[in-house]
Write a protein that binds this ligand. Structure first.
Ligand SMILES: *[C@@H]1O[C@H](CO)[C@@H](O)[C@H](O)[C@H]1NC(C)=O
Ligand SMILES: *[C@@H]1O[C@H](CO)[C@@H](O)[C@H](O)[C@H]1NC(C)=O
Ligand SMILES: *[C@@H]1O[C@H](CO)[C@@H](O)[C@H](O)[C@H]1NC(C)=O
Ligand SMILES: *[C@@H]1O[C@H](CO)[C@@H](O)[C@H](O)[C@H]1NC(C)=O
Length: 301
């Protein structure tokens, strides 16, 4: 009895070994001619000696040799390989055998259409349109006439230069250009944008991110007004002050030339003025129409 259980246990272990031996490999193709595979581990990996042998339905062999890659974003150790094949078609199936030093660790079937990761697009330009929006253009490396090329969408991610990726804004676009409304951007700021392709129709992964393109937004009219209006008021105040200064100068000059009648009378008659005063002299009953300051002012205008 003990022996049977032991035998059963040994067999179970070897069976599961056959299935689980070796790392679990992830493969993606770009729906062109390149298959890229990798596997990761939290322990340091020695990728030398690992390879993946693809066998097509026509019994052609394509060998992908693993090399150490940079640690991924989760800081896992990574082995990766790349292999070129004839152009993929939807119906392509491969039997993939993972080998270590020539020994098969495991094998599985991979269908070309299962796991597609498109090639990254390339951003061509960001230009301001007449209405203050921004036209972003890009190209993918897939024919626009192919079913796959037509199904590709582009995800744009833009942010102010220097900001973290987490705060980036996104846009999903079809075709080869997309309009970002100027109202969503801050004026006179530096922005960076990148793009990646995906196809929901083919259930693809996202491509890698494209090149980043920078652009600077222009001054807004509102901001321009905020700058111009205070300057305008300062100039206006300076003008008013200058004008006032000129007027007082002019008036003083002009006013000084008008003889002062009361002074003149005093000069002409230095003697005792009482002699000439009539008996019932009441100065308030006399109204002499001398030019007043306000009258002079009116004349000068
Ligand atoms: C892969 O598919 C072939 C037939 O298409 C089948 O004979 C084989 O057993 C499959 N291998 C695996 C590991 O599923
Ligand atoms: C954006 O640019 C593309 C390529 O130059 C052009 O075909 C498209 O008409 C432009 N779109 C707008 C709204 O200006
Ligand atoms: C575009 O695809 C071709 C294969 O069809 C490839 O040789 C070329 O390197 C690709 N270009 C870019 C920029 O990925
Ligand atoms: C764009 O599409 C992707 C995938 O369907 C989705 O995860 C993302 O939230 C979308 N982004 C926007 C801004 O709609």
């Amino acid at each position: 009895m003990k022996f049977v259980i032991l035998l059963f246990f040994a067999e179970f272990v070897s069976l599961s070994d056959a299935h689980l031996n070796g790392p679990s490999v992830n493969c993606f193709n770009d729906y062109k001619t390149t298959m890229i595979c990798d596997f990761t581990s939290d322990k340091p990996l020695n990728c030398g000696g690992y390879s993946l042998d693809f066998v097509s339905e026509l019994q052609e062999h394509f060998t992908c040799v693993f090399v150490n890659r940079e640690r991924d974003s989760n800081h896992l150790f990574k082995c990766g390989c790349t292999v070129e094949m004839p152009e993929f078609v939807i119906a392509d199936n491969f039997n993939a055998n993972l080998l270590k030093e020539g020994k098969v660790l495991n094998s599985r079937n991979i269908s070309a259409i299962d796991k597609i990761k498109p090639q990254a697009p390339e951003i061509l330009s960001v230009t301001q349109t007449g209405d203050g929006n921004f036209n972003v253009t890009w190209k993918t490396n897939y024919s626009e006439n192919s079913v796959f090329g037509k199904s590709l969408k582009t995800q744009l991610s833009y942010k102010k230069k220097g900001e973290a990726d987490e705060v980036a804004s996104g846009y999903n676009c079809t075709g080869t250009f997309c309009i970002i409304p100027g109202s969503e951007l801050e004026p006179s700021s530096e922005y960076v944008i990148k793009a990646r392709s995906y196809s929901t129709k083919y259930g693809t992964e996202f491509s890698d991110w494209s090149n980043e393109v920078e652009w600077i937004t222009s001054e807004s009219t509102e901001r321009m007004l905020k700058i111009i209006i205070p300057i305008f008021f300062v100039l206006l105040v300076i003008n008013i002050c200058a004008l006032y200064w000129c007027c007082t100068k002019l008036k003083a000059k002009w006013w000084d030339r008008i003889p002062n009648p009361s002074n003149d009378i005093k000069k002409i008659l230095p003697g005792n003025p009482k002699v000439f005063i009539p008996k019932q002299y009441d100065p308030s009953s006399y109204h002499i129409d001398f030019p007043t300051i306000s009258a002079a002012e009116e004349k000068s205008w």
